[in-house]
Ligand binder design. Structure first.
Ligand SMILES: Cc1ncc(COP(=O)(O)O)c(C=O)c1O
Length: 436
């Protein structure tokens, strides 16, 4: 039966009810609220904090720090066990990661290679990174990621042999959309492979603090620990865990390599206006430092609340899929993130079938993004994304999940019915040949 009220599952925007505005704005006992913060530190409202004295890299910019609020960078550096110089703050995770594309393109330009960057991504991957890369004229190539067997390292190696790949982009933990999490050794193997071929790795740890295993049912935040290998960049954000769109805040941890630090300094300070907000940085800074016990308590309690809210949704979704829709495939090992992928059987890999598939879901009240957006052109041409949905389980209340899964099943059955009436020809089998 169709849902009474359609549910928009296109994106993973945090639910309004998970936003703790008082936490972010400092309106709790022991926190400095936003008005007091600004009164005490008027530079927080200034353009890139122009009164901040800066122990920075580029002496031309003395008194300004485009790389972020120093006190925030210092806290983060301590938490990650790296140097403050390695931290670059930006307006959200995506903004931070786009700096990596800019930096690589700039370096390639300076090296007179006269080419733009090339990136390898997991297949599937976060759709917006593909969009962002395209806007920066970065080429992307895919490598299959399977939730049972991990990243296809043979495919990665073949790709590296065939073409110069400047960057591997991976998401861990709670990969978007597959929900896969890597073991540390798997990440290391990828890092070493990329190093062997002279490429960087960008790990997007957007869901670092949204893990739902048993040992995670407290509010302890995770901080990826340095040292960071020479060819590795980590991206983090607070957007998802503080669940406040207005507190869009992210950062990069760069390797401790003077060349790379200088390159990012140039990219951030000379080539673009960095969208970081000093005010948001200062607000977040006061709650993340475990040394300030009282303030930190609010943050860890908040994380605990989020995990306690999302974990039963994940569990319920997996249970309902198993009982109501066992023909479909989901990652029963999922233990983190926002998203899960559902693979539906017997949907022919043709655009017409996909149109029907999405329309039938909408008819049932399930409004999904077209899952093909998570794939590179090459994979998409081979039919990837057809008959798949990306399910933001965190947005599904436990009471609604049985209905949602029933609606998924109904949409699948309806799609098959229509397809068999229409006699859609079977797709040509096999992937097209690589074009590079
Ligand atoms: C894997 C991943 N990285 C980055 C982001 C973007 O983060 P931000 O909103 O901080 O730019 C998202 C948001 O959905 C995401 O899923």
């Amino acid at each position: 039966m169709a849902l009474e009220k359609p549910i928009n599952l296109k994106r993973g925007a945090p639910e309004l009810s998970t936003i703790d505005a008082d936490l972010v704005l400092g309106n709790k006992p022991g926190l400095t609220n936003v008005n007091e913060l600004v009164e005490e530190n008027p530079f927080l409202l200034g353009y890139q904090g122009s009164d901040q004295s800066r122990p920075g890299i580029n002496p031309k910019l003395k008194g300004k720090n485009f790389l972020g609020l120093d006190s925030f960078r210092e806290t983060l550096a301590e938490l990650h066990n790296v140097k403050p110089e390695q931290i670059v703050v930006a307006g959200g995770g995506m903004d931070a990661m786009s700096l990596v594309f800019d930096a690589i393109n700039r370096q390639l330009g300076e090296g007179r290679e006269f080419r733009l960057g090339k990136m390898a991504v997991e297949q599937p991957t976060y759709d917006r990174i593909l969009e962002n890369a395209k806007n920066r004229r970065f080429a992307t190539r895919g490598v299959r990621l399977d939730t049972k067997t991990g990243l296809d390292l043979t495919e990665l190696e073949e790709l590296l042999k065939r073409t110069q790949i400047d960057l591997f982009y991976g998401i861990d933990p709670g990969q978007n959309p597959s929900s896969y999490s890597y073991a540390p050794e798997e990440r290391q193997e990828i890092e070493q492979k990329m190093a062997e071929y002279g490429g960087l790795v960008l790990w997007d740890r957007a869901y670092e603090n949204l893990r739902y295993g048993e040992s995670e049912q407290n509010g302890t935040p995770h901080y990826f620990q340095g040292p960071i290998p020479d060819n590795v960049i980590i991206a983090r954000n607070y957007t998802k865990e503080l669940a406040a769109g207005s507190a869009k805040l992210g950062y990069l941890i760069l390797p401790d390599d003077p060349g790379i630090l200088k390159l990012f300094d140039t990219v951030v300070s000379n080539a673009r206006l960095n969208a970081t907000s000093y005010l948001v940085s200062a607000l977040v800074n006061q709650i993340i430092d475990p040394k300030n016990e009282e303030q930190f308590h609010y943050y860890s309690q908040h994380l605990k609340k989020l995990r306690e809210r999302f974990q039963p949704r994940l569990k319920k979704f997996l249970e309902e899929m198993q009982s109501q829709f066992p023909e479909a495939r989901v990652n029963q090992n999922c233990d983190s993130g926002y998203f899960m992928q559902t693979f539906y059987p017997d949907i022919p890999a043709t655009p017409t079938a996909q149109r029907i598939f999405l329309k039938e879901h909408a008819e049932q009240g399930l409004v999904y993004e077209d899952a093909r957006t998570a794939y590179t052109d090459f994979y998409r041409e081979g039919g990837a994304g057809i008959g798949e949905t990306r399910d933001p389980f965190v947005l599904m209340s436990e009471e609604k999940i049985p209905e949602i899964v029933a609606a998924k099943r109904a949409a699948w059955e309806k799609t098959q019915e229509i397809i068999s009436q229409k006699k859609i020809p079977a797709p040509k089998t096999g992937n097209p040949k690589p074009k590079f």
